[in-house]
Design a protein around this ligand. Sequence first.
Ligand code: GLN
Ligand code: ZN
Length: 619
Amino acid sequence: MANGIETRPYIVGPVTYLLLSKASDDAPAGFAPLSRLEDVLPVYVQLLEKLAAAGASWIQFDEPALVVDQDTPAAEIEAAVARAYEVLSGAAKRPQILVSTPYGALDGQLGTLAATNIDALHIDAFKGAVPSAAALAGLGNKTLVAGVVDGHNIWRNDLAVSAGKLDELKAAAGRIAVSTSTSAQHVPHDVTEETQLSGELRSWLAFADQKAVEVRILADYVADPASAKAAIDEASAVIAARATAAGVHREDVRARTGALTGADFSRSAYEVREAAQEEALHLPPLPTTTIGSFPQTSEIRSARARNNRGDLTNEQYEQLMKDEIKRVVDLQEELGYDVLVHGEPERNDMVQYFAENLEGVDVTVHGWVQSYGSRCTRPSILWGDVTRSAPITVKWAEYAQSLTNKPMKGMLTGPVTILAWSFVRDDQPLGETANQVGLALRDEIADLEAAGIKIIQVDEPALRELLPLRKADHSAYLKWSVDSFRLATAGVADATQIHTHLCYSEFGVIIDAIDGLDADVTSIEAARSRMEVVHDLESHGFGRGVGPGVYDIHSPRVPGEQEVTELLATAVKHVPSRQLWVNPDCGLKTRGYAETEESLRNLVKATRTVRAGLLEAAK
Ligand code: GLN
Ligand code: ZN
């Protein structure tokens, strides 16, 4: 304001704030945070009054929880929405109120919000359908802010389609404003900076700066349709060109996905595989392993930066990575691990590394977006039909295996996670794209197997993350996501052991899907919740190998031997010991060597204690 720029403060709305809150550990059983609405509202009212006094003319309340199916009954949420915005709009002195509902269709709650005295309502008209004329009529004089430009992905807007939606909305609602469907925090700034991308690919994309222009054009369209004609025609021409561009639709890829049959998605019965793997691997009870990455030291990072700048030749860089792999293998040998990893030093990021090595995917240089908190990520752009033109990880795995007689795990990122952490093409169902990635990984797995790698881990930490917001969409998602993993992994021999790894998850919700992956061994995050997941595994009757994490790698804290022994003892009580593996919660790339070594040492000591106890009990 002081600089003459009018801004609109925004804050999470009271209903979403409470719906997404967790009850504290000492709350009475059945306590629902939403029941505290009356305590929270006066604080919001105070805020409104302070903002009004400070000169704000608008405030935005974000209510994304209203587009997600909640466990709380819809009628209760409706009552809370009605009450909250009755109180807030009744504040004695307040800015105008905009309620924003991004990420999906608002459905029933639109009517509830329309009946309150707020001043404007933002809907996601990109992901959500255009609401019915009757629902829109209920808005009366309120401004409808139509989010017709996708705030969540980077494709150039089909302005003709958006204009059509705006025509419908304008016919039914009183006042219309135009915006993106979500805040622009999910997309990078400016596509013109990505000069290393082909001009063709760049012409298909819109980052935040380009989206702002699209919103402006569409707002002009609402005022005067003729003013936007040239821009709309140009967008249509670019989108038509994209549909027929080389690499977007490849006959060789389509022929392969089109010819898939049920057999491509399934392996032999687990009992058969289990016996073959026992014979091939000879692992002790409670085998110890890690999730894949070892600390990415500043030496590794600087070697990669120097190689990118051309200050290190590829040969020099590869030699440094090999030295690092040897150090990691020797360390695991010394610590007494049973199944080793190569440590992933050559990978900048678990998705970007594969994106750089697959056809149909490109990476950006400046395309940073917030991942969570202060963490940022640079998603890849999956724009075309995906293929693998050459082996990606095989030479590293082969080298690592040559250094040890213990089994070396091959390490891959799964199809769902590659999709979840990239900007994915919007011109075909996600399941089709996932199968293409699945086939590329299947080829990689076949090559790893042929190179003598007996255990292959396919990470799917993002399996839960892509779960749709509406329950009605869950089963279709779980079907294609699980299928793509199975497609990637089902081509191996019975004796080859497939592992998967998941984290960031409330596993209860997706335990059927985890089971459906049909991996021989699944490692999951569990240390922070002190093994809560073993109860889900037990009640589900999970029957294959499982490694609930016993070392929380999210902090530099070293878990003591006693602590790990206790966690393992809990696991053994709920999961048959022949299924149990011992491993950290996740990869070690963000950790330093000092704490990693000490922690990994404690894991082995604790495992030996628990193994001895099991032997004793068996006598
Ligand atoms: N294999 C990966 C690693 O260890 C898995 C990372 C993840 O789950 N996010 O780094
Ligand atoms: Zn993980």
